[in-house]
Design a protein around this ligand. Structure first.
Ligand SMILES: Cc1ncc(COP(=O)(O)O)c(C=O)c1O
Length: 380
C-alpha cells in the first residue's frame, strides 16, 4: 500500500458492533474488568485507550516503524523520552531547535542533573567530537525550526550508532510524507502532531515513534507515570486529520516553493530560508533525504524591528499566531514569539535575528497568498 492509502485505512477498522465506518471516540477514563486485572487490554485511559491505539498504528506505519506512543503534545512526547535519562547523563542537541524544546532541556531537565550541549549538527566533525564525550542522546530537527537547516540524518545516525548514542529526530516540519528518519538510521522520531499531522489547528498532540521495543515500553511507562497522555477526542481528531496528510503536504510544498521564489526576487527581502530553493546551502542534502521540502518559509527582511512587527500584523490571510502546519496560513516572529524562551545571545549566535519572519504556508489559493504578501511588503 502507498502512503495516502495507508493514511486512510491503517488503524481505522470499522466498528465491529455497529458497522460504523469511522471508529467511535472512546470518551472513558476507565474500563470494566471481568475480575481483578482481567480486562480487554485497557484498564485506565492515562495508560491506554482504543483511540490512542488506532492513531499509534497509523503513525507507526506512516513512519515505516513498529511502534508509536501518542502523548499530550510534542513537548509531552519529548518529555516521555528524556525522562528515561538519569542524573549526570549528557544530551547533545542541534543548534536550531524549537524554543520550547530548548527550554525543556535548559530550564527543566538541567535542574534534574542532565547536561545539554548545543552543537552545529550541520558539521559532522563537530558531531563526532560531541559524540566522543559519550552523551546518551543526540537530538536534532531537520529541517529545523525556524531556519530550515538540514542535518545529514543518515551520517549522524551512523556516527551515533558507532559511539552507542541514541539518535532522535524531530520530524515535525517534514512529516512522514516527505521524510522517514528511521529508514535513514535514526532510533526515535518525534512529531508535534499539533502541526501538519493534525493539520487543522484544533488540537495539541505529540508522538514518539521507534522500532525499538524497549524504548517504546519505556516511553509508555513514562506516559502513564507522568500523566503525558492525550485525550481520546484529540487523538480521534488527529486520526481524522491524518487522512488528508498526503494531499495537504503536496499543496503546502507546492505553494511554499512558489512563495519562496517570489520572496527571493523581492527587493525588501535579504534572505530566504527554504530547502527547496537551489540557493539553500543544503539543497542537495535535502533532495537526498527528503522527497519534498515542506510548507515553512522563513525570511530575513530588509526592515527594522518596528517595521517588521508592523508588517507581520498587517497581512489579510497570514494570521499572526504561534504554531504552524494547519490548512490556514500563519506568520510568526520567532524572536518575540515561538523562540523567545531562548536567550537573545544564544538566539543570535545561532543566526536567529530580530528581523526573521516565519511563514507557515497554508493550502489557500497560492495567488491569493502571494498577493497578500506582496501588497503588505509594498506598504512596509
Ligand atoms: C519542531 C517542533 N517540535 C516540537 C514542538 C512542540 O510541540 P507541541 O507544541 O505540540 O508541544 C514544536 C512546536 O511548535 C515544533 O515546532
Amino acid at each position: 500500500m502507498k502512503f495516502p492509502t495507508k493514511a486512510i485505512h491503517v488503524g481505522q477498522i470499522p466498528d465491529a458492533g455497529t458497522g460504523a465506518i469511522i471508529p467511535p471516540i472512546y470518551m472513558t477514563s476507565t474500563y470494566l474488568q471481568e475480575a481483578p486485572d482481567k480486562h480487554k487490554g485497557y484498564d485506565y485511559t492515562r495508560a491506554g485507550n482504543p483511540n490512542f491505539t488506532n492513531l499509534e498504528q497509523t503513525l507507526a506505519v506512516l513512519e515505516e516503524a513498529s511502534y508509536a506512543t501518542v502523548c499530550s503534545s510534542g513537548i509531552g512526547a519529548i518529555t516521555g523520552l528524556i525522562s528515561n535519562l538519569k542524573q549526570g547523563d549528557k544530551v547533545v542537541a542541534g543548534n536550531d531547535l524549537y524554543g520550547g524544546t530548548f527550554r525543556l532541556f535548559d530550564q527543566v531537565f538541567k535542574n534534574f542533573g542532565l547536561s545539554v550541549r548545543v552543537i552545529n549538527t550541520q558539521n559532522l566533525d563537530e558531531v563526532e567530537m560531541a559524540l566522543q564525550e559519550q552523551p546518551k542522546m543526540i537530538f536534532l530537527e531537520s529541517p529545523s525550526n525556524p531556519l530550515l537547516r538540514i542535518s545529514d540524518i543518515g551520517a549522524i545516525s551512523k556516527l551515533a550508532r558507532k559511539y552507542g548514542v541514541l539518535s532522535i529526530v524531530d520530524n515535525t516540519f517534514a512529516t512522514p510524507f516527505f521524510q522517514n528518519p528511521l529508514l535513514l538510521g535514526a532510533d526515535v522520531v518525534i512529531h508535534s502532531t499539533t502541526k501538519y499531522i493534525g493539520g487543522h489547528s484544533d488540537i495539541v498532540g505529540g508522538v514518539a515513534i521507534t522500532n525499538n521495543k524497549d524504548i517504546k515500553e519505556k516511553i509508555d511507562f513514562m506516559r502513564k507515570s507522568m500523566g503525558l497522555n492525550p485525550s481520546p477526542f484529540d487523538t480521534w481528531l488527529i486520526s481524522r486529520g491524518i487522512k488528508t496528510l498526503a494531499l495537504r503536504m503536496e499543496r503546502h510544498a507546492e505553494s511554499a516553493l512558489k512563495i519562496a521564489a517570489f520572496l527571493e526576487a523581492h527587493p525588501k527581502v535579504r534572505k530566504v530560508f527554504y530547502p527547496g530553493l537551489e540557493s539553500h546551502p543544503q539543497h542537495a542534502l535535502a533532495k537526498k533525504q527528503m522527497t519534498g521540502f515542506g510548507g515553512i518559509v522563513s525570511v530575513e527582511l530588509d526592515l527594522n524591528m518596528e517595521q517588521t512587527k508592523k508588517l507581520i500584523s498587517s497581512f489579510r490571510l497570514f494570521s499572526l499566531a504561534e504554531s504552524l502546519g494547519g490548512v490556514e496560513s500563519l506568520v510568526d516572529h520567532p524572536a518575540s514569539m515561538t523562540h523567545a524562551s531562548i536567550p537573545k545571545e544564544e538566539r543570535e549566535k545561532n543566526g536567529l535575528s530580530d528581523g526573521l519572519v516565519r511563514f507557515s504556508v497554508g493550502i489557500e489559493d497560492v495567488d491569493d497568498l502571494i498577493e497578500d504578501i506582496g501588497n503588505q511588503l509594498v506598504n512596509s
